[in-house]
Design a protein around this ligand. Structure first.
Ligand code: GDP
Length: 239
């Protein structure tokens, strides 16, 4: 399971060691935002396992291998999410708690959960994706809607920038819309595209999903500031 190592009480400035080693290419440091603590909290199999406190939650949804774990690690500057696990791995909802100083809205300490929902896309095609997402992810959103735990402050739909408009991703967007979960679109692995591919694919994504994607790269750190700003805005507006 993911390890609770990381940036505890360290913040971005401190170089991490061992499992929490900072990547070679240093992600840029978001102005005025400091990660004080980032920890794996729990994996939920059923609704009953979902934490019952009132921290804001930011859900991350995406195809298996889209780069969700890498993105969580890059955001937190710590290796708290396990990457590159075999497709077909357990269908768990993983909760990571982050404690942040500052960010959008000015100074002040705040905490939130980054909620890693199960990847989809093992089965080919859209309908398969919906079925794969259904059980525990629906329990997560239902739990929020029922007010048994804190609401979902926001949802990020992660799509691979190299493959705009995949049926599985369109299906996931429709599924989220059906649940009433408004989402922000995040285009991962943007470092893998040439300049012209980048322009074309981002336009394709915007046409397909009806919103501009935020291009990010866990490898280069591109987009981390923007993503933290979005997360901070969502979490703080929910508080
Ligand atoms: P997950 O299944 O969505 O959690 O995906 P992972 O985070 O495990 O990433 C899947 C693969 O994509 C791994 O081999 C990662 O190293 C790679 N990867 C993830 N994010 C990036 C990125 O931003 N750039 C590049 N070049 N590779 C990435």
């Amino acid at each position: 399971m993911a390890q609770a190592t990381g940036a505890r009480d360290a913040g971005f400035e401190v170089r991490l060691t061992a499992a929490g080693r900072a990547p070679d290419s240093e992600p840029r440091i978001p102005t005025g935002l400091k990660v004080l603590n980032a920890d794996f909290v729990t994996s939920a199999v059923r609704a009953d396992d979902i934490p019952r406190d009132d921290l804001a939650r930011i859900a991350l949804v995406g195809r298996s291998n889209v780069g969700k774990s890498s993105l969580i690690n890059a955001l937190c500057r710590a290796k708290i999410a396990r990457t590159s696990a075999a497709p077909g791995k357990t269908r768990l909802v993983n909760f990571y708690r982050v404690t942040i100083e500052g960010g959008s809205g000015g100074p002040g300490r705040w905490s939130a959960y980054l909620v890693d929902l199960p990847g989809y896309g093992y089965a080919r095609g859209g309908a398969g994706a919906a079925a794969e997402l259904a059980a525990v992810s629906e329990a997560y959103f239902a739990d929020c809607a029922a007010g048994r735990a804190a609401f979902t402050a926001g949802t990020l739909l992660l799509v691979d920038s190299r493959h705009p408009g995949l049926a599985a991703d369109r299906d996931a967007a429709a599924w989220l819309n059906g649940l009433g979960a408004a989402f922000h679109l995040v285009a991962t692995k943007i470092d893998k595209l040439t300049r012209s591919e980048r322009g074309r694919n981002l336009r394709d994504l915007e046409t397909t999903f009806g919103m501009a994607p935020l291009p990010v790269s866990a490898a280069s750190g591109e987009g981390m500031d923007g993503l933290w700003r979005t997360i901070a805005r969502l979490a703080k507006s929910a508080a």
